[in-house]
Design a protein around this ligand. Structure first.
Ligand SMILES: *[C@@H]1O[C@H](CO)[C@@H](O)[C@H](O)[C@H]1NC(C)=O
Ligand SMILES: *[C@@H]1O[C@H](CO)[C@@H](O)[C@H](O)[C@H]1NC(C)=O
Ligand SMILES: *[C@@H]1O[C@H](CO)[C@@H](O)[C@H](O)[C@H]1NC(C)=O
Ligand SMILES: *[C@@H]1O[C@H](CO)[C@@H](O)[C@H](O)[C@H]1NC(C)=O
Ligand SMILES: *[C@@H]1O[C@H](CO)[C@@H](O)[C@H](O)[C@H]1NC(C)=O
Ligand SMILES: *[C@@H]1O[C@H](CO)[C@@H](O)[C@H](O)[C@H]1NC(C)=O
Ligand SMILES: *[C@@H]1O[C@H](CO)[C@@H](O)[C@H](O)[C@H]1NC(C)=O
Length: 369
């Protein structure tokens, strides 16, 4: 980044209440200006929002042993430690980005996280127990209003156009509807159903763009059909992956890739990093030792075959088993990878391994410009 440009930025923000620290040492040289990080999505990205949702049936990871590896207490992250947004924040030299619903948190200098475990792009997905993508964007609009209050319209727009937006959405729109053969799912072809999910994602991108958002990162391709809970679906074929879900995930990734190309031609200045983790994750599941793991199929925490029953944490008084050494495992609970896996794929996304980001930008490039 050109230093003259940086200097102008610091001066421009000095007038604001939001960045008082930039003003106190006005002559102490250049300060590193950091892009803020706004996070939307599901359990891949939820760092605690669901802890503040008032339901009994919950997609909450708020009891031990969640968090055991890194935080040493359950934070609401559905893993033993940090998630992808935590690693990306670290690589971008930002602090951990807190959950929007955390009471009292309202300093958006570095961004905020709206993601809700169990959430989808369709409102019907886990309705009443999660914050869907549309609700997350309504929260974002509240934040935008507050920023305009503090920075002025132009200042807020500039701030939001420098920020990076990470979105992980879709998995829950496929997972439960396929399991339960929901009426919405059953009454549409795969193509139509995926079209609705991606259509909603596209709408949300456009809303964020309108508020200034230009730099987006998308996480796709979790091999949902092969998570431990899916391997126990059919009693006659315990261990098999669920083909229908895998097919939907692959179709979703193809449709998203096309939709993003189209958006790029429609929206001036729109830039993105489209990550597809399907190949590296599937290869890690099937050949764990190649990547330094011992167990690719069975979860570390849960019960039943492959520990595929979602009892990790023992909520509702259920019994569960916990592995001795979580670093050997690809999956922490019956649906979510371990911190070690998240760290590996975060690195691939950040630096842009060709088999993850294909022809799009890597995340590092989005933070630089
Ligand atoms: C949450 O649920 C409890 C018990 O149902 C209720 O007493 C409380 O008022 C609810 N809080 C909110 C913020 O809705
Ligand atoms: C809790 O356990 C009971 C009995 O095993 C079961 O009927 C109920 O559905 C469970 N509730 C949740 C929220 O899992
Ligand atoms: C918000 O956070 C930034 C970064 O930590 C800090 O410099 C600033 O003083 C905070 N603003 C307020 C109003 O607390
Ligand atoms: C998404 O789809 C649902 C149908 O599930 C619809 O009600 C909603 O308004 C759509 N739009 C957005 C932006 O979420
Ligand atoms: C799902 O439901 C539809 C109608 O509601 C039915 O025609 C279809 O056979 C069901 N599919 C499965 C796999 O049960
Ligand atoms: C992905 O690409 C990297 C670097 O090119 C390579 O080391 C790795 O083995 C690839 N992974 C898979 C699963 O193909
Ligand atoms: C856990 O597993 C890792 C990887 O196999 C190994 O390096 C480490 O020594 C193990 N830790 C313990 C406490 O056994």
């Amino acid at each position: 980044m050109a230093s003259s440009r940086l200097h102008i930025f610091v001066l421009a923000f000095c007038a604001s209440l939001l960045f008082p620290s930039n003003c106190s040492h006005g002559d102490s040289g250049l300060q590193e200006k950091r892009a803020a990080l706004f996070i939307f999505g599901d359990s891949l990205f939820d760092v605690g929002n669901n802890n503040y949702i008032n339901t009994t049936i919950s997609f909450k990871a708020n009891n031990w042993p969640y968090g055991e590896t890194f935080f040493k207490y359950p934070t609401g992250r559905a893993s033993d430690g940090r998630l992808i947004p935590d690693f990306i924040a670290e690589y971008a030299k930002l602090p951990f980005i807190p959950p929007y619903l955390q009471p009292g948190f309202n300093n958006y200098t570095y961004g905020v996280n709206f993601a809700s475990a169990g959430g989808g792009a369709l409102s019907e997905t886990h309705q009443g127990f999660v914050k869907d993508l549309k609700t997350q964007v309504s929260y974002f609009k509240n934040v935008e209003k507050q920023l305009r209050h503090k920075l002025g319209d132009a200042g807020a727009y500039t701030f939001l156009s420098e920020a990076v937006y990470l979105i992980s959405i879709g998995s829950n729109d496929y997972y439960t509807p396929v399991l339960t053969n929901s009426s919405l799912f059953a009454s549409h072809s795969h193509e139509e159903y995926v079209g609705m999910v991606v259509g909603n994602l596209t709408d949300v991108i456009k809303e964020i763009y309108k508020k200034g958002g230009r730099k987006f990162g998308f996480a796709n391709g979790v091999p949902l059909g092969c998570i431990p809970s899916m391997r126990i679906l059919k009693p006659e074929n315990i261990g098999d992956c669920a083909e229908e879900v895998t097919a939907l995930v692959k179709l979703h990734s193809r449709v998203v890739a096309k939709a993003l190309l189209k958006l790029k031609s429609q929206l001036h200045g729109f830039r993105y990093s489209n990550a597809n983790f399907y190949t590296p994750l599937t290869d890690t599941i099937n050949n764990p030792s190649k990547y330094g793991f011992k167990e690719g199929k069975m979860a570390c925490c849960g019960s039943g075959p492959y520990r595929g029953i979602m009892s990790c944490g023992g909520k509702n008084g259920s019994e569960f088993q916990l592995c001795d050494n979580v670093t050997e495992y690809v999956f922490f609970d019956s649906a979510h990878p371990t911190e070690r896996v998240y760290q590996k794929i975060s690195k691939l996304w950040w630096s842009g391994s060709p088999n993850v980001t294909k022809t799009s930008n890597n995340l590092k490039e989005l933070f630089e410009v």
